[in-house]
Design a protein. Structure first.
Length: 240
C-alpha cells in the first residue's frame, strides 16, 4: 500500500461522507483534552526560556524594551505552533498508529470489511477530522500559555516594564499572526493524522506485537520531521 494511495482513499472517505459522530467526539476529546497537561507544562517553560534568552541578547545593546516584540513574533509565528505540533503530534500520532496497528493485527479491520463497513470511513475519517480540528485549538492555547509565561519571566524576573512589554505585543502582533498560527495548526493536525493512520493501517498480521511498536515509532518520527519541513514552507509563504 503506497502512501499516496492511502491519502487518496482517506480524502475520499473524509470529504464525501459524514464520519460516525461518536467516533469523532471520542478522538477529538482524546486529541485535545488529553494533550493539555503535557502541552501546558512544556510550553510554559518554553515561554520562560524564550524571554530569558531574548533578554540576554537584547540587553547587550540596550534593546531590552523590544523583548515583547521578540516574544510575540518568535513565539506566535514560529515556536509555539511547531512545538504544539511536535509535542501533541507525538502523543496523538502514537495513539492513532498503535490503535490502528492493533486492529489490523487482530483482524478487526477485516471483520469490518466482512460486515460491509468501510474501514476508511469508520476508522480513518473520524481520526482525521478530530486531529485536524483539535490541533489549531491546541496551537491557539499554546500561544496564550507561552505569552503568559514570557510576560511573567520578563516582568517579574527580568524587571522589564509591563506596560512596555504589552505595548510591544499589541503593536507588532496582529490578528493575521494569530490566524497564521491557527492555519498552521490545521495543516499540522491533518499531516500528523494522515501519517499516523497510514503507518497503523498498513500493519499486517504477520508483524505481530512488534508491528505495533514499529508503526508507532515510524508515526512519531515521520510526523515530526514532516511538520518541521512543512513549517518552513508555510513560513516562507506566509511571511516572505
Amino acid at each position: 500500500m503506497s502512501f499516496f494511495w492511502f491519502i487518496r482513499h482517506a480524502l475520499a472517505a473524509q470529504f464525501t461522507k459524514i464520519p460516525p459522530f461518536d467516533q469523532f467526539v471520542r478522538h477529538m476529546v482524546d486529541a485535545g483534552v488529553g494533550s493539555l497537561g503535557l502541552l501546558t507544562l512544556l510550553i510554559f517553560f518554553a515561554g520562560l526560556s524564550l524571554a530569558v534568552q531574548g533578554y540576554a541578547a537584547f540587553v547587550r545593546f540596550g534593546g531590552q524594551e523590544f523583548l515583547g516584540l521578540f516574544c510575540g513574533i518568535g513565539g506566535i509565528r514560529e515556536l509555539y505552533p511547531i512545538m504544539a505540533a511536535i509535542i501533541c503530534g507525538a502523543r496523538i500520532g502514537a495513539n492513532l498508529a498503535a490503535s490502528l496497528a492493533n486492529m489490523q493485527i487482530s483482524e478487526q479491520v477485516e471483520a469490518l470489511e466482512v460486515m460491509g463497513i468501510d474501514p476508511m470511513r469508520y476508522l480513518v475519517a473520524p481520526r482525521l477530522w478530530a486531529v485536524t480540528l483539535a490541533m489549531p485549538l491546541l496551537c491557539a492555547y499554546a500561544d496564550v500559555v507561552g505569552l503568559a509565561s514570557s510576560y511573567l519571566a520578563a516582568v517579574h524576573q527580568l524587571g522589564v516594564n509591563p506596560g512596555n512589554f504589552v505595548a510591544q505585543l499589541k503593536g507588532i502582533v496582529g490578528l493575521s499572526d494569530l490566524l497564521a498560527g491557527v492555519f498552521k495548526g490545521v495543516a499540522f493536525g491533518w499531516l500528523v493524522a494522515i501519517v499516523a493512520c497510514y503507518h497503523g493501517y498498513r500493519s499486517a498480521k504477520r508483524d505481530g506485537a512488534e508491528g505495533v511498536g514499529i508503526a508507532t515509532n515510524r508515526a512519531i518520527v515521520h510526523s515530526a520531521v514532516l511538520c518541521i519541513v512543512l513549517n518552513m514552507i508555510l513560513s516562507a509563504i506566509l511571511y516572505a
